[in-house]
Design a binder for this molecule. Structure first.
Ligand SMILES: [Zn+2]
Length: 451
């Protein structure tokens, strides 16, 4: 087991950047603070949704599927005491429930389908896909660990296991994955323990039988050394083709990674690449010293025509069917820095508002200011659905008006014991807080954020 966990961590660090959060205990559905939220809940209809055929990110992000927002309230490292679980908000009713269907379950034994679930998960066609890893040595006589890759059907609550890991090398990694038809594309590594080398791979799992094919193997690297990630990355899939980038080109292949066609070349791509089915969108860096400054471009999906800037500068953007949502990278000084863990004399927030525009860049408008008179927001892991932005966040509030933000005036929504998702109405600017927490912290701590 030692080897399994350490490999997971080693490969995780080498191949992907993953933000982890501290663990958070389970929630009993219908606890008071969740119910309290219903009182102020309002919802306005819009048919705008995230576009589905792009690569899914695995981290513990706010995700959307079929009318519901999903979020994982914590962190899993295979630890028995972990009570984290997956939550679901019905966007229309505001009802928050655990995805685990058992109302009495505390999600802290292997009987729970989400027990020891990793915070990386993916939702595709009514199923949640995730890895579970845990140590056996507390409740079971054998020592060692257990791991598997499973899906949970949101319709009939059936759990399906594709791969079980025993003491062998864990070949599932966190990060982005691509689901299409019966396939799951994911990154992994082939490890040579003798030579202390590993090679990054692109793999394809058949979700009908769990079989895995290695489609591409990258250059081996020394285990423990820093190295560049897999040279080729999958981006999205459309019309039975998978699109990849090798950082300077975008190309497509069939599901076997054969029959390559180059679409675009000569780009210096510095951010994610998405499609709306007609165009490909990407960012190019304006200033190599400032990752926040990028110009967004688009070009036809079939490679015909020119690449065109669309008049948006950001490194932080999302695509819905109707809009490009993005954070304006303008820097704002909000006060003197009194935070223990933060360097610098001043607190400078690098994104000062949420904006949106049509896909061609027209009708560009501000929809929410992150810098407000009494509170300043920093967003991460946000998702835009209909008239709302759902996001994990941090706030800085100079409550005593002394010009300095100290630790008591700083709040992180998904660290510590509470877990709160902010919903911003982009038509009115109204905010609404979705709480999920523990039995212990339901009593009032969550009230620090008022609606
Ligand atoms: Zn459960």
């Amino acid at each position: 087991m030692k080897r399994l966990i350490s490999w997971v961590n080693t490969l995780l660090i080498l191949l992907f950047v993953q933000i982890t959060v501290t663990s958070c205990n389970d929630n009993i559905p219908n606890m008071p603070s969740v119910t309290d939220g219903y009182l102020d809940f309002e919802y306005t209809e819009s048919d705008d949704e995230p576009i589905l055929y792009n690569t899914l990110n695995g981290g513990s992000e706010v995700k959307y599927f079929d009318g519901c927002i999903y979020f994982f309230n914590g962190n899993s490292n295979g630890r028995q005491e972990n009570h984290s679980t997956l939550y679901r908000l019905n966007t229309k009713t505001g009802n928050v429930t655990t995805v685990c269907p058992d109302p009495l379950c505390k999600h802290n034994t292997p009987d729970c389908p989400f027990y020891a679930m990793d915070s990386s998960y993916y939702i595709y066609k009514n199923k949640v896909y995730y890895t579970r890893t845990y140590f056996l040595d507390i409740d079971v006589k054998e020592t060692g660990g257990y791991g598997d890759f499973v899906s949970f059907d949101l319709g009939d609550s059936k759990l399906k296991r594709y791969v079980a890991y025993d003491d062998s090398i864990h070949d599932t990694l966190f990060g982005s994955e691509l689901f299409v038809d019966k396939y799951r594309f994911f990154y992994s590594a082939i490890v040579d323990t003798e030579a202390k080398k590993a090679s990054p791979t692109i793999n394809r799992m058949n979700l009908e039988d769990g079989s895995v094919d290695v489609l591409k193997e990258g250059n081996p690297f020394d285990i423990g050394s820093s190295h560049s990630i897999m040279g080729d990355k999958f981006l999205f899939t459309i019309n039975k083709r998978v699109y990849f980038t090798d950082e300077t080109k975008i190309y497509s292949t069939d599901y076997d990674m054969n029959n390559r066609q180059d679409i675009l070349s000569g780009m210096v791509i510095s951010s994610k690449i998405l499609t709306d089915g007609e165009y490909i969108y990407w960012g190019e860096s304006d200033d190599p010293d400032n990752v926040n400054l990028q110009t967004l471009y688009r070009a036809k999906l079939d490679g015909s025509g020119e690449k065109n800037p669309i008049g948006i500068k950001t490194a932080n953007w999302q695509l819905t069917e109707k809009y490009i949502y993005y954070l304006n990278p303008k820097e704002t000084i909000i006060g003197k820095n009194g935070l223990e863990q933060r360097p610098g004399d001043e607190i400078i927030l690098s994104n000062n508002e949420i904006r949106r525009a049509a896909h061609d860049g027209s009708s560009n408008e501000a929809v929410f200011s992150l810098i407000q008179d009494d509170i300043n927001f920093e967003l991460y892991r946000y998702i835009c659905v209909g008239n709302y932005v759902y996001t994990a966040y941090q706030t800085y509030t100079d409550s005593n008006n002394d010009g300095t933000i100290d630790d008591s005036e700083f709040y992180q929504s998904i660290y510590g014991e509470a877990y709160t998702v902010l919903r911003i109405d982009v038509t009115t600017g109204n905010t609404y807080y979705i709480h999920c927490g523990t039995e212990e912290n339901m009593g009032g701590e969550n009230e620090q954020q008022k609606n």
